[in-house]
Design a protein around this ligand. Structure first.
Ligand SMILES: [Zn+2]
Length: 937
């Protein structure tokens, strides 16, 4: 990938002097273009954002990919309007070879020759007209070009797959978000330049073409070439355009609102498309009802692409997916994959409204797309698929977000960005997870009905337009009646009444009116989150808020202040009480004295809580004596918070370990997972430092904590989704950690499976554990790998990849990563998680780091600088480092790279995390060792 900033930022390379005279020449447009402009021509624009005075209205695109030569040619006719006189049209183009360009004046039927200049650092071209373009007139820009199909995962790119007979087949598909539409056609590639698109695609008769809209007609060009004409789209952003040329097969159904839904996949996998089809039908129907806005297109295609970098993409009317995100086999898929498939479809379909219909003005507010889509996954799936109990997992999103948001390198949800790498970096946990968590907090605060009314108002008001943060808050603000009238349809909703009961003890706010914008600005324009410290003195509850930051001993008195919608329950009342805290300190008065108080009920709020004095002791006793008095999410949040407080020295590590003792009696998935999430990384840090004795003691402690639960697990696929997911994780953990009853059973299963030459059907949820144990011997590893090659079923492949990466044989681990990079046997799309698997295995973390350093250039070329994949690799490989030597090594490597790489946010995150780990180990290692020696389990 070429650097975006060259040392000569505005030199303007002359791409082509090709001047096309396509039709009649009007006297007013005499051909006077400077044909000798040569290399001295100045590129007429010096900003990364396009000028606002040329506005695209309609694109007429003809695209002709050649799947044999792996090239494509295209022509774009773009109708534009001009709002001020100009002699140049600046638009985006990247790696396109422009062969012809002209500007035609609308009414005059005249064509003017133009010069084309390219400014590669900004991915822009300028069309220079001899005669100026006048405001109020419309013009058509015509550009012919050719290019190679991209070898990466963005732009118009090549994908391949093998049929069951081993034949290699090629297809071409698109991924444009955020800034790659310009790699497929010259365009005004910013989300606010919405236009309509009429797309034509040429293909061989044996292939089929898909795009956002349905085909209106197909024309024979020659006997070996046909041209599909797609219907004109609605007004939309360039990043949502999509087209695919392939030999896919499909299954279809009609929703109750009359929309045709189809799932497309490579022909051999078409029987895995049924689950996604049914889920999509249900979900699209749900959203049409929920938003009270009809889905505006006649069809929605969901296509599984064999090579895909992220999980999925919401192109309007043609959503694209990684195969493992869309395809589901009831016989072979695990419980978690059903959950994932359903949620990812829910996410992409929510985008058809949030993102496609109403789009953020610019990428700084990406969270308006992604936070909402993430949030809507939970809203929709909890209703369309109640058996999946998605609401149980929402908490995990917020905890993930807090993990990165607690670092100094975090950023506000709404953050200025300009260049493509910065834009890509926005696709992170802060935009997605934190975005969704603060929306959930707002909904909890406003009540579901009022929140929904605000959303619907927002979507209706801004349909086919672009928005900023404040547009959303304004839509949320004027929902409550100013006068309490009986006719108001929102009457009866708690929120509006609650707001008026300002003198009640359960009040939200001391002020008369509620300012959603003021409250939400504190969550979107400031990075990080608050720590609320609670001190109980009799009936008085003293509250104090401060900015929680990892690695900082006593958070400095920053300017940060949040409007925190606090909730709490007490030993005397499980009715949720509410209080909006808008100052640094405040006092609550309880009706009576209590034994314990728990804030942030269900952890619906994006903040953590510290209980001063003996506050934690009371909660720890509560957990030990009768943990089910508070909800599983409350338990999980206590486990999380207690360890967070150790990080900033508010609590001792032994207090946190004391709390974990109760887990012996825990059976619910979220607290169990949270307990593992806190404890496992601790022994991993020790393993990396060869502190094996204590690491082993800790492992033994964790296995003991969950032993009863592990022993209770049946080795079959029975149970609810969350029970099955719990089983999958527990057994994998137990086997990998060498819990003998688990290892014995897994070995027995593996031998039977091997004897049957892989034909024996293993229970899906225990498969990973069985494979992981099997892969520990060289022979077992080779056998597993031979099965990997044959499998067409992606989820099966992922399980085997994980098992193979748990080998203790370094040569095998190295070979796995090399194959992932090579991309033939192991697809390159799987390389990021293979590197992470290897990095996590006890013997592999060195290998993973060396691999990252050695192949940096190639990784960036494939996955793009700033992408989530690159960030995941960097942070995943280094997050268990805890020595000064390792820190120096990581710093040295990234400092040796060019600025764009060393300045990546994920590099800062990696460095901060290692620094935090160093401090943590310095302070706590001896204490953990001592605690484990004296433990009372
Ligand atoms: Zn999304």
């Amino acid at each position: 990938m070429a650097a975006l900033f060259s040392t000569r930022p505005f030199s303007g390379r002359l791409l082509s002097l090709m001047v096309a005279l396509l039709g009649l020449t009007c006297p007013a447009f005499s051909a006077s273009a400077d044909q000798d402009g040569g290399n001295n021509m100045q590129f007429p624009w010096d900003k990364m954002r396009l000028p606002r005075h040329v506005i695209p209205v309609h694109y007429d695109l003809l695209i002709h990919p050649n799947l044999t030569t792996l090239t494509f040619s295209g022509s774009a006719k773009i109708e534009i309007t001009v709002t001020q006189q100009t002699s140049s049209v600046i638009l985006h183009s990247k790696r396109l070879h422009i062969t012809k360009a002209a500007i035609e004046a609308g009414g005059a039927r005249s064509v003017q020759e133009v010069q084309v200049l390219e400014h590669q650092p900004f991915e822009q071209v300028a069309l220079l007209a001899a005669e100026p373009l006048h405001p109020g007139h419309s013009y058509t820009v015509s550009i012919s070009y050719s290019a190679n199909l991209s070898e990466s995962f963005h732009g118009f790119y090549k994908s391949t797959y093998r049929t069951q007979n081993g034949e290699l087949r090629v297809l071409a598909s698109t991924q444009f978000e955020p800034t790659a539409a310009r790699m497929a056609f010259p365009c005004f590639d910013e989300p606010a330049f919405k236009a309509r698109f009429s797309i034509k695609i040429r293909r061989e008769p044996k292939h089929l073409a898909l795009s956002n809209m349905p085909i209106v007609k197909t024309v024979n060009i020659t006997s070996w070439l046909v041209e599909d004409h797609f219907d004109t789209s609605v007004k939309m952003s360039t990043y949502l355009v999509a087209f695919i040329v392939s030999d896919f097969k499909s299954v279809s159904k009609i929703t109750s609102h009359g929309i045709k839904i189809s799932v497309y996949t490579v022909p051999d996998k078409i029987n895995q498309a049924v689950y996604a089809l049914d889920a999509a039908v249900k979900l699209l129907d749900f959203y049409e009802d929920y938003f009270s806005i009809p889905y505006p297109l006649p069809k929605q295609d969901l296509a599984a692409i064999p090579d895909f970098q992220s999980g999925a993409m919401e192109n309007w009317g043609l959503t694209t997916y990684r195969e493992s995100a869309l395809l589901y086999d009831p016989e072979k898929s695990s419980a978690s994959s059903k959950l994932w498939t359903t949620m990812i479809i829910a996410h992409e379909l929510a985008h058809q409204w949030f993102g496609n219909l109403v789009t953020m003005e610019w990428w700084n507010d990406l969270w308006l797309n992604e936070g909402f889509a993430k949030f809507m996954e939970f809203v929709s799936v909890s209703i369309t698929h109640p058996e999946l109990r998605v609401e149980d997992y929402f908490l995990g999103k917020c905890l993930d977000a807090m993990e990165v948001d607690a670092l100094n390198s975090s950023h506000p949800v709404s953050t200025p960005v300009e260049d493509p790498a910065q834009i890509l970096e926005m696709f992170d946990d802060v935009s997605y997870e934190k975005g969704s968590c603060i929306l959930n907090m707002l909904r909890d605060y406003m009540t579901a009905d009022v929140f929904k009314a605000g959303l619907v108002q927002y979507l209706q008001k801004y349909s086919y337009q672009n928005t900023k943060n404040e547009d959303l808050w304004n839509s949320m603000t004027n929902i409550c009646p100013t006068v309490d009238t009986d006719e108001n349809e929102l009457q009866g909703d708690n929120f509006c009444r609650r707001n008026q009961l300002s003198s009640s003890s359960a009040h939200w706010t001391k002020r008369e009116t509620l300012d959603v914008r003021a409250m939400m600005n504190t969550w979107t324009l400031q990075k990080g989150f608050p720590l609320v410290t609670v001190t109980v003195r009799g009936k008085n509850v003293h509250l104090q808020q401060e900015h929680y930051m990892k690695g900082v001993d006593s958070p400095s008195s920053t300017e940060y202040l949040w409007h925190i919608p606090l909730t709490y329950i007490t030993s005397k009342s499980d009715t949720v009480q509410r209080f909006l805290m808008t100052t640094k300190t405040d006092v609550l008065i309880l009706p009576e004295e209590v034994e314990w108080i728990k804030f942030n009920v269900g952890m619906n709020g994006y903040y953590i809580v510290h209980y001063e004095d003996d506050g934690w002791d009371h909660l720890i006793s509560l957990l030990k004596e009768n943990h089910t008095v508070i909800s599983s999410n409350d338990r999980a949040s206590l486990i999380n918070n207690v360890f967070q407080l150790v990080r900033i020295r508010k609590l001792s590590i032994s207090k946190a370990f004391d709390l974990t003792l109760y887990l012996k009696h825990e059976t619910h998935i979220m607290p169990v997972f949270q307990g593992m999430n806190e404890l496992i990384p601790i022994y991993k840090l020790m393993e990396r430092r060869d502190m094996d004795d204590t690491a082993n003691q800790l492992k033994e402690y964790i296995v003991n904590l969950f032993k009863d639960l592990i022993d209770k697990q049946s080795w079959n696929d029975e149970g609810s989704v969350s029970e099955r997911m719990l089983k999958h994780s527990l057994l994998l953990f137990a086997c990998v950690r060498g819990y003998q009853p688990c290892v014995d059973k897994a070995q027995e299963y593996f031998m039977k499976w091997q004897k049957s030459n892989g034909t024996l059907s293993l229970p899906t949820d225990v498969k990973t554990a069985v494979y992981a144990i099997g892969a520990q011997t060289s022979e077992g590893w080779d056998f597993l790998f031979s099965k990997y090659r044959l499998h067409s079923f992606n989820l099966e492949k992922h399980k085997i990849e994980l098992a193979l990466s748990l080998s203790r044989n370094n040569d095998k681990l190295q070979w796995l990563m090399d194959q992932g990079l090579h991309g033939d046997i192991i697809k390159t799309q799987d390389l990021p998680h293979i590197i992470l698997f290897v990095a996590r295995s006890p013997s592999g973390y060195h290998l993973a780091w060396t691999f990252l350093k050695k192949n940096w250039e190639e990784l960036v070329e494939k996955f793009e600088l700033g992408s989530r994949s690159i960030a995941d690799i960097i942070t995943g490989v280094t997050n268990q480092y805890s020595t000064r030597l390792q820190l120096a090594e990581v710093k040295e490597f990234f400092n040796s790279l060019e600025e764009k790489s060393s300045q990546l946010r994920c590099v800062q995150q990696a460095i901060e995390t290692i620094e935090d780990n160093i401090q943590w180990m310095d302070r706590n290692f001896e204490k953990v060792k001592k605690w484990l020696q004296n433990k009372k389990l």
